[in-house]
Write a protein of this length. Sequence first.
Length: 220
Amino acid sequence: MRTFDDLYAISADRKGGAAALEALLNRPKPAADIAAIPEEDWLAAFSAAIFSTGLNWKVVENKWPGILEAFRGFDVNACSMMGDDWFDALMADTRIVRNGAKVQSVRDNAVFLKSLRDRGGAGKVFGEWPARDFIGLLTLMKSEGARIGGTTGQYALRRMGVDSFLLSRDVVGRLIAEGVIDKAPTSKKALTAVQGAFNTWMDQSGRSLTEISRVLAFSL
């Protein structure tokens, strides 16, 4: 496995130098800023990512004002109590992405977010989760949330500023090239290996998961 400096050099060369690469690197938000994000914004972020699965992002973006209205601003209390009548009305509502499983995920993820209130709220949980155990957060989201345990949830967390790696095609390709995994990681063993590699690169560089993930993505 190459050192972070070696991988950084590869990416910098591909992007026209270190300054150009640095301009492309996202940085995570401070934990305090993430903790202040209201839970309806988390539900909206998860739902936007879920609705976009298998679609062009622009489709959801163009529909978003109607989606926001149809789901009552993604109010967590309201969405967690979604009954059959509201569900049926949503499935007939042309403003939204009318996929039953995706619509149902809004209710399920609202229930998940409500469950985090006992731990200080979603923002606190996501913002303070240790970067060295990011796979633990993904496991929590997979077991207690709906359709957010994989890359869909990773995309949502990244958009919200959480320190995270994103197992995109390019990142997975680099991890395979470095001998960390041999295919897209789905098993606990493979994800543990991925976390271990990122932890090593964090130790070597002093950088965040988010920055390292971006460097890996630009290296192919």
